[in-house]
Design a protein around this ligand. Sequence first.
Ligand code: VGL
Ligand code: ZN
Length: 320
Amino acid sequence: MEDKTSRSEFIKTITNPLGFYILSLLIVESTLSIILVASDLLPSDKAIGMYLVVGMFFIVSILVFLLVWFKPKNLTFDKKAHLDSDKSKAIYNSVNQTVKETYMGYKESAVKDVENLNSRIKNDHCLYSVTDNENFQDVLVVVDVQNDFFPNGSLPVPEAESLIQPLNEAIKYAKEAGFLIIFTQDWHPINHSSFEDNEGDWKPHCIKETNGAALHPDLFQPYNAQYVRFGVEPELDGYSPYENPLMDQLINNIQIRRVYITGIALEYCVYATCKQTRERNKETIAIDTLIRAASPKKASETWKKFDKINVIRQAAISKS
Ligand code: VGL
Ligand code: ZN
């Protein structure tokens, strides 16, 4: 949450040219009225003089009304969001350029761009970003939500499809709340020891660089998420993202307090991730609604193993 409050707001006024011309007229008219009233230039006939002055005031009031009506537009930029996304940076630069080019004027299209951008920043959490040096306390780990574990993949996991929508909501929530978000990927070489051909238990799956190893296309991937690929060493089990030293760099440091774990599959990579996170002394919470088991019938047995390693089981992300 912290990054939101510290985020500096940047307000740019794009002046409407009509407003600018009316303002100049207003100044000229008022100056003229003052000169006329103050000097002897008023006609000797007092009545005509009065008409002139009243007429001036009348004109001035209309001008004030018009000026208010066409008041300059204030556009509020979220500076940090702008600087954090290439796309918003590009829009920001183009708006800035437009404003420079049409000094004291504005282009409708630039205003539209900024309005669209602002509404995207509100609606699309993707543009909220937490910078790299942020002191994260909470982490959301999304384990192996990869094509091969879905119906057309080589190792489909029951009910995997129903995971996407609620998981996306959790990712958005976590992003807004300033969590570090980590996506892990099972990422095997073709000769991995876990494959049947090499006396392993599994059909070939999640072969690195292939579509089967890609994250599910509908998975929401926010800006600045981290990606940990593991299972690369042919001889290792390939069940734990901690096989990749990047995982320790991200998790095994003092400021990280809580790690929420979601994804696929309960018995294998989710379990291994929970166990090794716990071994690093982090409060470890498995979100059961956002996890799918390879064997759902045996899931309650598997969950008992989680109890034994002191992993908390919860239905949703919620801070204690
Ligand atoms: C997994 C089996 C083989 C998993 C990975 O992501 O849980 N399961 N490789
Ligand atoms: Zn694997």
